[in-house]
Design a protein around this ligand. Sequence first.
Ligand code: SF4
Length: 599
Amino acid sequence: MDKGRMRTRLLRILDLTPPLKDILLSRDTLESKRDRIRQLLEDMLQVTYDENFSIPSLECILIRDAISVFKDILSVRNERLANHSFIKYLEDLIHHGDSRDLPMPSAGFFKELEHLLLCITGKPGVYSDRVSKFEECEGRRAAKLRSAELSRMMRKALKFMNRYPCGLDDETIRRRKRNKRRILKYFKASEQDWEKWKWHTRHIIRDADTLAALVRLTDEEYRGVKLAREYGVPFGITPYYLSLLDNEAGKGKDAAVRAQVIPSQHYVTRMKERREQSKDSMDFMMERDTSPIDGITRRYPAILILKPVMTCPQICVYCQRNWEIEDVYSSHAAIGKEKLDEAVQWIANTPEINEVLITGGDPFLLSDTKIENLLSRLARMDHVERIRIGTRTPVTLPQRITRNLVADINRFHIPGKREVVIVTHFEHPYEITPQAMKAVQMFRRCGMDVYNQLVYTFFNSRKFEAAFLRHKLRLIGVTPYYTFNTKGKDETDDYRVPIARLLQEQKEEARLLPGTVRTDEIVFNVPRLGKNYLRAWQHHDVISILPDGRRVYEFHPWEKKLELVDTYVHTDVSIHEYLKRLKSVGDKPADYKTIWYYY
Ligand code: SF4
């Protein structure tokens, strides 16, 4: 867009709020403009809340929220934190738009500005009918109208959910049986071999040519895997998980499953560059600052993470520990006896800890004996009342959940004394298979809970996609626990989803499901400090909008009001770019139109 057209577009958007346009066009100083805009926003709020009683309540709230965001963005403190002045940028665009140093506003920036102004002026266009009809009636008539509205709402939700494939569908089960036969034939193996987890770990597919011989790949996928091996970026797929891929390059229903494990060239190249810089630069969560001793991470008063092994049967592309995992199912990834002994002793000496999360990597890659031994040492500590085991094997290698393993673990699950729970990681309903369900049920039938941690990525973020996953998870016995925002690492940009989408999903999609299904909490993991509960608006603020359309957030640490620790500033991904990608995969941006009004 040339500078003239850019200015015209900007002025047209500012026409939504003529007084704001006048202020920006004036020759006042920046500080005077800031004060005048603040006063304008105050006046608008006063009209909304104290004078114009014809505005419906929910619209008043939308206006109030948008005004509050605008005021936050205006603050000098927030400008310093974000290292960007939204108001100065607008002023520069108007008065010095020709300057070569000025970054051009992106389409995403214009969209953000437009929606902010639409909302503060009470024209967001969120509600079609001003008042729901049942509000005007009483008794049975009201109930019938309400019931019809609720059914309409649910039918709409089901229309979306019915689009998504599930691994329990009959047709999918048949397809995967064919996939299994094809894989077994390639490896000259038998059905009995398929049932043994060690057979799968021995036959993890680690290179592009073997993968291409087993399943059709797109050129991008082939090159991504080829480069991964060349650059030493961990890559592997278990034969079982490979059977979940449709044998159609780029055209199947398996996009989410492929994206889970097949790295893009962008990812692999960025990983190589980052590794060359320093390993520490990849530690996005800054675990190095929260590890009091090798093998342990502690971010909370009563819980810690114990990492006995730093490898998995396959690697999730967006894994937050990709800086620690050297290779897939690597023989030297266990922490080593001496270090593990020291870590266990550290827990024994720290009576404040009552919950230990054993993760990694995937602890179920350890032998039954090693797992039992570790559990029995933790079980000897009276202060350890809960042991959580984080594992994705029910999804990637369900054969690992053997009768012996479950019995060995269940021995330590003693109601009233100590709880042992499994935390797994299903990402998509296409990963829910009869085998995965069987693995989950083996724990459930002996009284142990199985929870799910979902990482909300582009590939499972379409309308009602995560809601459908939660619905299916409950049916197989898994309780949704956390939904994590994808970490803001640039190598995994392709996976990231705007914070506003997580909030929208919870409010407009998850909320339609029964409380027993939407049991998870949406969280943003603050590096060094830990989880910020996104649902609570008072725990984060939008503090700026950048020329490229990305919002800047300030996150408050969980111990706010307990300890004086720093807040965390995070730059999100552009909502406009996200919607464009959704469109490229066949979704309608109009279905997400309220996303702009989540902050
Ligand atoms: S299962 Fe967990 S630890 Fe293993 S690669 Fe995936 S996200 Fe990382």
